[in-house]
Design a binder for this molecule. Structure first.
Ligand SMILES: *Cc1c(COP(=O)(O)O)cnc(C)c1O
Length: 434
């Protein structure tokens, strides 16, 4: 092990050399220096606002559903590390990838039978788009190469995913004009429990019908739009999309990268609607937050279509495709999830969030409080002061990462009731001060 560097020096080198997400170079806001993490707690290298440990309210961007340093996942990683960390996937295969693929097929909606392992969520969306466009090319319909989505979405930061993110006010607005021009429906009316709005339903059907000749696929985040605005909608709209796509010969892609593995109270958000997509993307919680891995699943019809074409292969093959270490941890993480009553744990957290966030509704400047599964959101009527809101949460001993007008939490499923209450108190403090 190299000699440890003092925190002050690390932060100064970080500022000089290290790019952080969605940040300038050099960075403006100083990041917190994390030394280790265990359970639901991040241990800081030096105290901040009097705290040397923070309860993680973010699950490291929805991924660390079992918390940190979990003995079962550590064992899976160690065991695989001693066999092999990686081998190429071209011409070779291995048990971790095969096991994981079989398991994903078993637990996902029935029609999804084939698995492409990618190295990040954004890449899995690129692969999903490539699958859909190539499917129609193979079937002699090369004009079908646009995508339809609804506003308010987020699908990642590489090129095709950026083109289906919310085009207004989002992070990728800068690139309008350079990105492929997709078809945008209005954002779905808010409310998981709200009855589907007929005018909106008609709008979706009309738009899909009108553009059917040029549409390869409809791609949406089912039930919860995450980084695009943390909003929830009726599962009924997913049934409408399924029907309209079938009627007009358009593929349906569900991006379950944020919603997969129980976060919304169903193992996959598609289950709330009882519909299956033609293609589905998974990521984030796939490895329990340990390593980067994502997956694109598709139906046999899609796979057969591609394999009947002039170029009967899917021309995609990341260097680290099917990484054995990540696949072994992913399989262990899914086993761990399914070995417990995860639905009960998510419900318990949902109850804790409902109770703990209710007082936020009375804070001046709060527009709405909403909770679904293990997701709690406080929406302000103004842009959040990130620095002030984050500081307020840290003072309460909690790590949160607000954005735009949103202060939200998606705690690990192992978060105990006291820690859920603490996270809620921190969200309220952030809402008051942000
Ligand atoms: C995070 C996210 C992505 C992108 O995944 P990365 O691993 O960050 O590339 C895509 N879609 C959704 C819905 C996401 O939440």
């Amino acid at each position: 092990m190299p000699e440890p560097l003092p925190p002050g020096e690390l932060l100064s080198l970080d500022r000089q050399h290290v790019w952080h997400p969605y940040g300038p170079m050099p960075g403006t806001a100083a990041p917190l220096l994390v030394e280790s993490a265990s359970g639901v707690r991040l241990r800081l290298a030096e105290p901040v606002e009097g705290q040397d440990e923070l309860v993680d309210g973010m699950s490291s961007w929805w991924s660390a559903v079992h918390g940190y340093n979990h003995p079962v996942l550590n064992d899976a990683a160690r065991g695989q590390l001693e066999r092999m960390s990686h081998v190429m996937f071209g011409g070779l295969t291995h048990e971790p990838a095969v096991r994981l693929a079989k398991r994903l097929v078993d637990i996902s909606p029935e029609p999804l039978q084939h698995v492409f392992l990618a190295d990040s969520g954004s890449v899995s969306v690129e692969v999903a788009v490539k699958m859909c466009l190539q499917y129609w090319r193979s079937l002699g319909k090369p004009r079908k190469q646009r995508l339809l989505t609804w506003r308010g979405g987020y699908h990642g930061d590489t090129w095709q995913p950026m083109s289906v993110c919310d085009p207004d006010g989002g992070m990728h607005e800068l690139w309008q004009g350079a990105l492929p021009r997709q078809v945008f429906a209005d954002a779905p009316p808010a409310g998981f429990d709200a009855a589907p709005d007929e005018a909106y339903t008609a709008h979706l059907r009309e738009l899909i019908g009108r553009h059917a000749e040029e549409l390869a696929a409809v791609i949406v985040e089912p039930v919860v739009q995450g980084a695009g605005g943390m909003s929830f909608h009726s599962p009924g709209y997913l049934r409408v999309l399924r029907e309209a796509c079938d009627e007009h010969g358009v593929l349906l892609v569900f991006d379950e990268i944020a919603t997969g593995f129980g976060r919304t109270g169903a193992l996959f958000a598609a289950e709330h609607a009882g519909v299956a997509p033609d293609v589905m993307c998974l990521g984030k919680a796939l490895t329990g937050g340990y390593l980067t891995l994502a997956a694109t699943l598709c139906t046999t019809a899609v796979a057969d279509g591609i394999s009947r074409g002039a170029l009967p292969v899917l021309a995609h093959g990341p260097t680290f495709m099917g990484n054995p270490l990540a696949a072994a941890v992913a399989d262990a993480s899914i086993s761990l999830l399914l070995s417990q009553d995860w639905g009960q744990e998510v419900k318990r957290i949902e109850t804790g969030l409902r109770n703990g966030l209710a007082p936020a509704a009375d804070i001046p400047g709060v527009r709405e409080v909403r909770v679904l599964g293990a997701i709690g959101v406080v929406q302000l009527d103004h842009e959040v002061d990130m620095a002030a809101a984050t500081r307020a949460a840290v003072r309460e001993g909690v790590w949160l990462r607000p954005f735009r007008d949103l202060i939200y939490t998606m705690p690990p499923y192992i978060t105990g009731d006291d820690d859920v209450a603490r996270v809620c108190a921190a969200v309220c403090a952030a809402a008051r001060e942000g």
